[in-house]
Design a protein around this ligand. Structure first.
Ligand SMILES: Cc1ncc(COP(=O)(O)O)c(C=O)c1O
Length: 415
């Protein structure tokens, strides 16, 4: 890859990485490992505020990654921080949950159409896993149909990396292809009598580096029908999409209500919280077995979630995020075509993903993202980005100045 114009240096980040190499396996791991970004990308973040982040060396960026999704109102939103500060002073992790445990369950049941009850945890993979357990407890069956590549977490049953994973960790799973209704129909027939559920994401998002694929409404409706025919649970994984496709369930727009849904990321604007939401007929099964986590009942993230959801309502957050997403995506498309670049942008405009047709190893997207970063805009070259209510029209105009120059550089260097 050719070097960027004005590429900032990162001596503090480099020094931190060297220290990390002494005490952390592989220095960094998972999605926090910036080695998946462009060479010389900032690895550490030192400060965040609103729509901005600063790396460990003090460079400022308008952030379109939003902490990989959780930040839906911008970092340190004053209303959320005030509510959180107040709660932290009186009660957070305690012998039992606070009143906010009940209030948040009531709120989610109110806002998400298919939900009659809620259970809380911390991470997305806690709740995707819990959904599978509830479906199995309810049906007394084993088999869950899972899309081959969609990311549902990094636990042994779903980690795209199979290192250390036993075949027994994946027992009871059968794999389908997204949007292939005939294929899933056949698979369900093969497992008739043992089908506990089908887990599916509102649109197809593979672990990293693939274009996104919107759901065919007929596929979504077909899954509902297949689950009804087989007495199986339809599980919608809203961990990534929750509150960024709709103020409620993402498949409501197609007339499809799941039996169970898993939520995390954006519910708490960065505070750690996850939820399983379920329909009435699964309530008894969901309450029939022991499940818990040391920090699952802490009050502060629940207050953050209640305030964040109230803000989404008050600000009409979805309309705002779709408007900013439209502004960004239409601007990017115009710019790419003005340079005759083969850019494709997939996914909902609130969670867009950009790639260059025909590139290998993301070479053009990496170079483009590096050029954006050198101009103060943080975009991930191998993962979808996220809109937030903190992004103003002026922010997006500023982003578009940087992206235009970055496209110009990529066109000059590679095309
Ligand atoms: C759709 C989906 N499900 C589950 C997960 C796992 O969530 P977590 O990393 O919080 O365990 C993710 C994380 O990106 C996700 O996008």
């Amino acid at each position: 890859m050719t070097s960027t114009v004005n590429a900032p240096s990162h001596p503090r980040s480099d020094a931190l990485l060297q220290r990390a190499q002494q005490v952390i396996p592989n220095a960094m791991y998972g999605h926090q490992d910036a080695r998946g970004l462009w060479p010389g990308a900032p690895q550490f973040v030192s400060r965040t505020a609103g729509s901005r982040i600063w790396d460990a060396d003090g460079h400022e960026y308008i952030d379109l990654l939003c902490s990989w999704g959780p930040i839906i109102h911008g970092y340190q939103h004053p209303r959320i921080e005030a509510a959180v500060d107040k709660q932290r002073r009186i009660c957070d992790t305690a012998n039992g949950p606070s009143e906010h445990f009940v209030a948040l369950a009531e709120k989610l049941v109110d806002v998400v159409e298919h939900a009659d009850w809620a259970m809380f945890a911390k991470n997305g993979s806690d709740v995707t896993t819990l959904c599978l357990t509830i479906a199995r407890a309810h049906t007394g069956r084993s088999t869950i149909l899972v899309e081959e590549n969609t990311y549902h977490g990094a636990l042994p049953w779903c980690n795209p990396d199979k290192t250390g994973v036993l075949p027994s960790d994946r027992a009871g799973l059968a794999y389908y292809t997204y949007n292939d209704l005939a294929g899933i129909e056949k698979l369900a027939a093969e497992h008739a009598g043992d089908l506990a559920g089908i887990i599916v994401a509102p649109f197809r998002h593979d672990p990293a580096g693939s274009d996104l694929e919107m759901v065919d409404p007929a596929f979504a409706q077909g899954l509902r029908r297949i689950c009804d025919e087989h007495g199986a649970a339809l599980i919608l994984d809203e961990v990534r999409t929750g509150f960024r496709m709709s103020f409620g369930g993402s498949w409501e727009q197609y007339g499809v209500r799941p039996d169970l849904s898993s939520w995390s990321k954006a519910i708490g604007n960065g505070y750690p919280i996850a939820a399983v939401l379920g329909a009435e007929h699964l309530r008894a099964s969901a309450g029939s077995f022991f499940v818990t986590g040391t920090f699952w009942f802490s009050a502060v993230p629940m207050v953050a979630a209640l305030t964040s959801i109230a803000l989404l309502e008050e600000l009409d957050g979805l309309t705002h995020m779709f408007a900013r997403g439209d502004q960004l995506v239409s601007g990017l498309r115009e710019q790419a075509s003005s340079y005759s670049l083969p850019v494709q942008i997939t996914g909902p405009v609130t969670m867009p993903y950009l790639s260059f047709a025909g590139e290998s190893d993301h070479q053009f997207t990496l170079a483009w993202a590096a050029e954006c970063a050198a101009r103060g805009v943080f975009v991930h070259p191998k993962h979808n980005w996220f809109m937030s209510t903190a992004l103003t029209p002026t922010d997006i105009d500023t982003v578009l100045v940087a992206t235009d120059a970055a496209f110009g550089e990529v066109a000059r260097q590679f095309f």
